[in-house]
Write a protein that binds this ligand. Structure first.
Ligand SMILES: [Zn+2]
Length: 181
């Protein structure tokens, strides 16, 4: 919680991630009631009232099957980011994860998904703290990725299997699992 309360129409200077410099922002009440600061120059959401910056999701990819001991896995790469909806309720963890990975996949290639177990940890980063939010356990058999999804506050469930095309990279497959599964 914040000790300064803002109301719609208030102004505050902030660094805009899109404009990449200090801009004037105006507070604006979303339909979900969330008070957000919007960049006066580009119109994007720069922050949420009460937080200096939106907490980021960290999506960590490991090779191997998770059996309760993370150091036994081989860390491959991590994708970090945040995605705050402008005019609708906040995304669920999995929706936000998918959107961050979609944006990542448009810019970068990741390793090809091989016939090996893959474990994806999703956590929320606030400063140095990582708060675990979910885990995807992926196994690939005969060109089909099977994913078991564990998200905080929900029973574990299996996503619909998705087929893995030749040359698919890991991020592309996980985006498909989260979209179609
Ligand atoms: Zn801007």
């Amino acid at each position: 919680m914040t000790d300064i309360s803002y109301k719609p129409g208030d102004k505050k200077a902030a660094i805009c991630a899109s404009c990449k410099h200090l801009v004037d922002t105006t507070f604006f009440q979303q339909t979900d009631g969330l008070l957000v600061a919007v960049c006066d120059d580009c119109g994007r959401v720069v922050g949420i009232a009460g937080e200096t910056e939106p907490p980021e999701l960290a999506i960590e990819f490991y090779e191997g099957e998770y059996l309760g001991d993370r150091p036994m896995l081989t860390r491959m790469f991590v994708v970090e980011g945040s995605c705050v909806p402008y005019d609708r309720p906040p995304y669920t963890v999995l929706e936000e994860t998918r959107r961050i990975l979609e944006q990542y996949g448009e810019k970068y290639a990741s390793q090809e998904l091989r016939d090996r177990p893959l474990t994806v940890f999703i956590s929320k980063r606030r400063g140095e703290d990582y708060i675990p939010l979910g885990r995807l356990d992926v196994t690939v058999r005969d060109g089909v990725a099977h994913t078991s999804i564990l998200v905080e506050g929900q029973p574990r469930y299996d996503a619909e299997p998705v087929s893995v095309e030749k040359g698919d990279d890991i991020v592309a497959v996980i985006v498909r699992v989260l979209r179609d599964g």
